[in-house]
Design a protein around this ligand. Structure first.
Ligand SMILES: NC(=O)C1=CN([C@@H]2O[C@H](COP(=O)(O)OP(=O)(O)OC[C@H]3O[C@@H](n4cnc5c(N)ncnc54)[C@H](OP(=O)(O)O)[C@@H]3O)[C@@H](O)[C@H]2O)C=CC1
Ligand SMILES: N[C@@H](CC=O)C(=O)O
Length: 333
């Protein structure tokens, strides 16, 4: 029997998930033992043309998604805290695994959703909320359990890095570079979040919670975007051997967490100097492993879908293992 999933939102990310599922059935069957069927897609505008297979169920009514019999998992790729939080809460209560790309929602309600998922015996995947395809969440969750993380420094917004790169390398104006980022599907529906640093701040909050288990007073954290940087400043920095990078930074210092999100002109000695275009990169300072840097596409249709589908596969494998374990525990010896 096919594994039934639904997708909330069919924009850049939702479409990437749909197409990723269609193009990777062979790999999914091999990993999960069954085909994956997209049993429903939730959208806002019923009149928009969607590139989907004929007969695909598309609705604007969330209740119809929730009513799909035998729904295993829901991919959430809509925008903002609500109605996403309400939708994901209801999916979890119904016993569905959820996989989200929505960092605004997760930065605010991640803890509540994780608690609720434990109560209902389901899993939440949120790799796609932070740094696109870069597997930073599961690296922290699964591969750095003993190490103490003492600092996280990263480029966490693909749009900002893309704009700064285009302004420097191709001499585009800020407006031209932003337009290109929007055309490529990197920017948020409201790009203010990208260029004012708010998007990177949400991602830093998610990483901070995971790595440190607590947070600084976010009201006091300096959050600045790239919107005020001029072409002249970018060229001057270049001539002096520097590049502007939008850097989110959090470190444990004297028993406190200190954070900032802002553009910095870095020299070629800085680990993030060569991270260009839409790439994100994160350097972790750890107690045993030393410094680790992960880098890759930080935004875009398929890089984001990649993070969501890898979460999905890991969650289904995990829940399959739990079922087998429970079944074998019942076998009399
Ligand atoms: N773009 C990217 O590279 C990345 C995006 N993200 C996150 O993923 C999410 C989606 O981003 P993206 O695909 O770029 O956004 P888009 O604006 O391209 O798509 C949003 C989709 O959500 C649907 N939608 C919005 N609000 C509602 C609602 N209330 N009810 C039902 N459907 C709704 C829209 O419907 P309709 O089509 O009818 O308008 C649209 O299909 C966001 O939270 C974003 O922050 C995360 C990582 C990377
Ligand atoms: N708008 C975001 C998309 C991914 O999170 C970005 O540019 O990084």
């Amino acid at each position: 029997m096919a594994i039934k999933v639904a997708i909330l939102g069919y924009g850049t990310v939702g479409e990437g998930v749909y197409k990723g599922i269609q193009n990777h059935q062979e790999q999914l069957i091999e990993k999960l033992g069954d085909a994956v069927e997209v049993a429903g897609i939730l959208v806002r505008d019923p009149l928009k043309k969607r590139d989907v297979q004929p007969g695909t169920f598309i609705t604007t009514r969330f209740e119809e998604i929730l009513a799909i019999p035998g729904l295993h998992a829901v991919f959430e790729a809509i925008v903002g805290k609500e109605p996403g939080y309400t939708y994901l809460s209801q999916c979890i209560e119904k016993g569905c695994h959820v996989i989200t790309a929505n960092k605004v929602l997760f930065a605010k309600y991640g803890n509540e959703l994780l608690k609720k998922s434990k109560q209902h015996g389901v899993h939440i995947g949120y790799e796609a909320t932070t740094a696109g395809a870069v597997p930073i969440i599961r690296t922290l969750q699964e591969l750095l359990k003993v190490n103490r993380v003492t600092r996280i420094q990263g480029i966490l917004n693909g749009t900002s890095n893309f704009i700064l790169t285009e302004m420097r390398a191709n001499r585009l104006s800020f407006g031209e570079a932003l337009k290109l980022a929007q055309d490529n599907g990197y920017a948020e529906a409201n790009p203010e979040n990208d260029v004012e640093g708010k998007d990177a701040a949400c991602k830093l909050k998610i990483l901070c919670q995971l790595a440190f288990g607590c947070t600084p007073d976010w009201e006091e954290v300096e959050v600045e975007g790239i919107a005020a940087i001029t072409s002249g400043e970018v060229q001057k920095a270049e001539a002096e051997g520097f590049r502007y990078k939008h850097i989110a930074d959090i470190r444990a210092e004297g028993g406190k967490l200190k954070a900032s999100v802002k553009p910095i002109a870095v020299s070629s000695a800085h680990p993030l100097f060569s991270v260009e275009g839409v790439d994100n990169a994160i350097t972790l300072e750890t107690s045993l492993a030393g410094n680790l840097t992960l880098q890759g596409a930080g935004a875009g249709k398929f890089p984001t879908a990649s993070a969501m589908l890898e979460d999905f596969s890991a969650i289904l494998e995990k829940s399959l293992r739990t079922k087998i374990h429970l079944l074998s525990a019942r076998v009399p010896v």
